[in-house]
Design a protein. Structure first.
Length: 211
């Protein structure tokens, strides 16, 4: 999650760790329940296998950010041992530290959606910085894709052009959504105040254009 960590971790792995810490910040969970919550929150059903989740949990336990204990209720009922994961004091501090980071890694495709899910746990100025960074990245991507589309228009068929158009429109929608969020943050109001504001069709952090 940060460059100072000795263990090497991919951006996707860092995003998964942050998501786990954020969910365990609310309540302890079994691995099965945690996986369900991750899928419901982030839409990772296709890629979040137990083979991905449990190494992540093991690494967080080893790092002292979470603890794994046997479920006492399961023992009382005579069931097989079940492990309950909960956030440690060090893990809470680390989660708060990571959530206050606002560099480029905070608004990249892997991390932005996770951070946005836990935006309530960071400061408004930090939220604005991350939203502005995400918007700038998408605006730069839009310009690059528009130029590439114009240069290659004569070499692609109608279906490819339609796919490109759909991708551009998806990112343009997210840019408008980000601009609205930034305006409301600057005016001191949380994003949830306006219930009629529709989120982008493409989930944040999964922009279609330029991938």
């Amino acid at each position: 999650m940060t460059a100072s960590r000795e263990r090497r971790i991919t951006p996707r792995g860092a995003a998964l760790e942050l998501a786990v810490l954020g969910l365990l910040h609310d309540a302890p969970m079994h691995g099965y329940e945690l996986r369900k919550q991750l899928i419901a929150l982030l839409g990772w059903g296709r890629v979040l296998s137990y083979g991905t989740l449990y190494p992540c949990l093991k690494a967080l336990v080893k790092g002292g950010h979470i603890a794994a204990d046997e479920d006492p209720d399961a023992l009382v009922r005579g069931r097989r041992n079940r492990i309950v994961y909960h956030l440690t004091a060090e893990g809470k501090d680390y989660f708060a530290q990571v959530m206050e980071e606002s560099g480029p890694a905070a608004w990249d495709d892997e991390s932005f959606g996770v951070r946005f899910a836990f935006f309530a746990r960071t400061s408004s100025p930090n939220r604005v910085r991350i939203l502005e960074g995400r918007r700038s990245r998408l605006e730069e991507r839009l310009e690059n894709v528009r130029q590439a589309t114009l240069r290659g228009r004569e070499r692609v068929d109608a279906y490819t052009q339609e796919l490109q158009r759909h991708g551009l429109e998806s990112v343009e929608r997210e840019v408008r959504w980000l601009s609205d969020l930034i305006d409301r943050e600057r005016n001191g109001g949380p994003a949830s105040d306006q219930k009629d504001q529709a989120p982008p069709e493409t989930p944040p952090g999964q922009a279609a254009a330029g991938e």
